[in-house]
Design a protein around this ligand. Sequence first.
Ligand code: 5GP
Length: 192
Amino acid sequence: MASVTKEKLIILTAPSGAGKTTIKTALLERMEALGFSISATTRQKREGEVDGTDYYFLKPEEFKSKITNDEFVEYEEVYTDQFYGTLKSELQRNWDLGKTVVLDIDVQGAFSIKEKFPHNSFVIFIQPPSMETLKKRLLGRKTESEASLRKRIAKAEQEMQHAESFDSFIINDDLDLAVLESVDLVNGFIER
Ligand code: 5GP
């Protein structure tokens, strides 16, 4: 029987480069019941990214003012001077549309959300097959500076240690298979 709790959250978390964003996009394309929580960030927009679709790209002062106004459910300085946060208004916007909200956030953010919504959230940790693969993927992106790459690899090494701390984890070795596994997990949670 479907659960009475309608306000549900799916959290996709992973080290940077594990393929989380690709899996998120595939899930959102396939499942109408899902809606994306667009995070706010102070990082630079990458080529191809759209403000208000991929992220709300904010100036540090704008981000700080949202902190002061208590507009975030959680936020993190994911990398030095780069803030990322989940807006309360994004969760509500999706729930008002009757959607289960999907969050693409770092491991620390996933812990925070799980603590705030222990019963109606489900965390999927996406693991790259190995650190070597992850490094190759990050290098292949060509969107990061040398310094940014180093930061991402160091953080990924820490984050990998939490793979088994969450509700479920999948290994993103074969993307099609990882998407299928994610769809199954999400369906299982929605129908709960
Ligand atoms: P990227 O710069 O590659 O888009 O994202 C860097 C990291 O920040 C990723 O792990 C991404 O999931 C995470 N992230 C994106 N939005 C949020 C957010 O709202 N909160 C937290 N805690 N992390 C986020």
